[in-house]
Design a protein around this ligand. Structure first.
Ligand code: CAP
Ligand code: MG
Length: 415
């Protein structure tokens, strides 16, 4: 059956233009297909190709992508700038991570990495603040900023939630953070949680003399998210938290605009990322999800614990390097290390990821034998010691709460 000539989408001599988006895929062709064929089909289906030969009247704009390199199972595809709508991440992803993920021509396909050209990258806002939040909001100097999620993740009343915040803040932590599945449920309504937590925040600031803030989760449909963003600004918050993967990039872009109006920073939680990136030879890598999150404008993003915590991580340090690196003048992103952390893991963690990070511990603070306030003191002490290059045991001699935490959890990775 005469069909499209996929060889038209394959040119191994093609040198990508500066304006082209260059994507790297890992491809496992179908059993009856060789890599060159599969590469042509990937370029075709992710740009302007279809399976049938077409008779089109008059000329059309040629928006064909080009498979321009094949290296083992790595296929590089260059996409013309005109294929994309400026500033529309959903449209870009419908090209580079759309139908190709389900094609029969490939057994497996994974979008590994993207090289974002200036025209396309700068059509997105990027982060408002990025890692400068450490200085601009917290005056934290060169130490990591610290955060805690009240546990259990859901079910606490508003009073309990806000009280835990007060104990954590006065214990030395910078940020209270909502859990990814806490939004506006009856047991802890958003508006009450916001006002009561910020009231406790103000109290803690007065008592400690330190700046404190709250990562309140505004995740919902876009209309309600915008209402919640406005409410946070109205009540003197500095941050909103968004579950960027479950919300979708179109919604994230809308929230970014509104946060610009209010000067609010965005904390990106990546719940559901593993549905895309966990299977090593299929899907969309966390590296690409991080790139998208930066372009769409989040200031902080969870990138894992460099394999020290309870959750599987994909290349935390490599992704962090990309988030710090120049991207056509767009701001960087502050990586967030979270998931099964406790004081005993902090020295090794900071060794691996450095101090230009936010470190979060939920169970590792509230599971402390003496409770939240002691857990917070222990976690802050561990972070201060690591940032100062001080031995944690020596710090534990000064901070008994830290000694208790080390006694309880040692330096083990929880499962
Ligand atoms: C951590 C956490 C975070 C995960 C997200 C949780 O709690 O609140 O959602 O860190 O994973 O619900 O598990 P603990 P990631 O500190 O008590 O483990 O950071 O990898 O995106
Ligand atoms: Mg959580």
């Amino acid at each position: 059956m005469p069909g499209i000539n996929y060889e038209d989408f394959l040119d191994l001599d093609h040198e990508p233009r500066d304006s082209e988006l260059v994507c790297t895929f890992a491809v496992e062709p179908a059993s009856d297909m060789d890599m060159a064929d599969a590469a042509g089909r990937v370029a075709s289906e992710s740009s302007n190709g279809t399976w049938a030969e077409l008779q089109v009247e008059g000329s059309i704009t040629d928006l064909s992508a080009t498979a321009c390199a094949i290296d083992g199972n790595r296929v590089t595809v260059a996409y013309p700038d005109a294929l994309f709508e400026d500033g529309n991440m959903a449209q870009v992803l419908s090209c580079i991570a759309g139908n190709i993920m389900g094609m029969k021509a490939v057994e497996r396909i994974r979008l590994l990495d993207c090289d974002w050209p200036e025209p396309l990258a700068t059509s997105f806002p990027g982060p408002q603040f990025g890692s400068s939040v450490r200085q601009e909001i917290f005056d934290a100097g060169d130490r990591p900023i610290t955060a805690t999620v009240p546990k259990p993740k859901v079910g606490l009343s508003t009073d309990q939630h806000a009280q835990i915040g007060y104990e954590a803040w006065t214990g030395g932590l910078d940020l209270l953070k909502d859990d990814e599945n806490l939004t506006d449920q009856d047991f802890n309504p958003f508006a009450d949680r916001l006002t009561e937590s910020l009231a406790q925040r103000d109290r803690a600031e007065d008592e400690t003399g330190e700046t404190k803030s709250y990562l309140v989760n505004v995740t919902a449909d876009t209309r309600r998210m915008l209402e919640r963003v406005d409410m946070v600004a109205e009540h003197g918050g500095e941050y909103v938290m968004v579950d960027v993967v479950t919300c979708g990039w179109a919604a994230v872009q809308r929230v970014r605009e509104r946060c610009e109006d209010h000067g609010l920073a965005i904390h990106a939680h990546r719940a559901m990322h593993a549905a895309f990136d966990r299977i090593p030879d299929h899907g969309v890598s966390m590296r690409v999800i991080a790139q998208i999150t930066r372009l769409c404008g989040a200031d902080q993003l969870h990138t894992g614990t460099a394999d020290l915590g309870k959750l599987e991580n994909e290349d935390t340090t490599g992704i962090n390097e990309w988030l710090y690196a120049d991207l056509h003048g767009l701001n960087d992103v502050l990586p967030v290390a979270s998931g099964g952390l406790h004081p005993g893991l902090v020295p090794e963690l900071i060794d691996r990821v450095g101090t230009n990070v936010c470190v979060q511990a939920g169970g590792g603070v509230h599971g402390h034998p003496e409770g939240t306030h002691a857990g917070a003191k222990a976690f802050r002490a561990a972070v201060d010691a690591a940032a100062a290059g001080q031995d944690i045991e020596a710090k534990a001699d000064e901070v008994p709460e830290l000694a208790t935490a080390i006694e309880k959890w040692g330096t083990e990775t929880p499962r």
